[in-house]
Design a protein around this ligand. Sequence first.
Ligand SMILES: C[S@@+](CC[C@H](N)C(=O)[O-])C[C@H]1O[C@@H](n2cnc3c(N)ncnc32)[C@H](O)[C@@H]1O
Length: 244
Amino acid sequence: MTFGYYSILMPVIAQKLPYNVYSIQDIGKTRLATKNFVPGTRVYGEKLVSKNGIEYRLWSPHRSKLAAMIEKGMNIPIAQDSSVLYLGAASGTTASHVSDMVTTGRVFAVEFAPRVMRDLINVCIPRRNLIPILADAAKPVSYKAITGMVDVIYQDVAQPGQAGIAIANARESLKPGGHLIMVIKARSVDSTVNPKQVFNQELEKLYTEFNVLDTKELEPFHKDHLALVAIIKPQKKQVYEDKN
Ligand SMILES: C[S@@+](CC[C@H](N)C(=O)[O-])C[C@H]1O[C@@H](n2cnc3c(N)ncnc32)[C@H](O)[C@@H]1O
């Protein structure tokens, strides 16, 4: 694994980790962790580790695609004060680590399955920067008034039309210069064709609105998943021509 800029007890600096994300030593192994925003609480049974009076939550790349992206050396454009629109939050496993990262920002966690939303709400109760929204990510107009304009869209919806959902949300809610972090699950788009073909089809759609900065497949942590980081393209200037 790559060693973090903020690594604890680690001499090697090879990658700048996002704010509040650390490489820590735990029983002789180097592991990813976030500084716990709500000390003393676990979200999904993850291990808590205390060092020098600070509590960290271990973050497994096998459990979280965002952790896998960091393990694979991708630069994640989430800052301490970012507002993040998180699409496909499920029961809050990864969303809780994003909440650890944006201590002065916000995470709007969109999920459309009522069963997992109940768990997500319990995760949000002690985390004042994590806001649950029961909604369909394909209808961003329905929650735009709650989120306002955001710095980052993180999308992990695992359903067909993934690029279309990202584009629709960016048009409604992404600030100029804002970033998209997205995971494309090939089998959810089309399980009958080669995953690489699916990745290219989805990327082709994204190129209309975004400049893609980085892509990485998430093997060996997640099979047939492509992760990407992109920045929204600047809007073209509208030039009015008087034809009279
Ligand atoms: C792969 S899981 C997300 C896992 C989560 N990101 C994590 O790392 O903890 C995908 C989630 O997206 C949700 N989802 C799929 N399509 C959606 C949509 N159109 N709107 C909102 N949520 C959606 C599913 O219900 C599911 O909980």
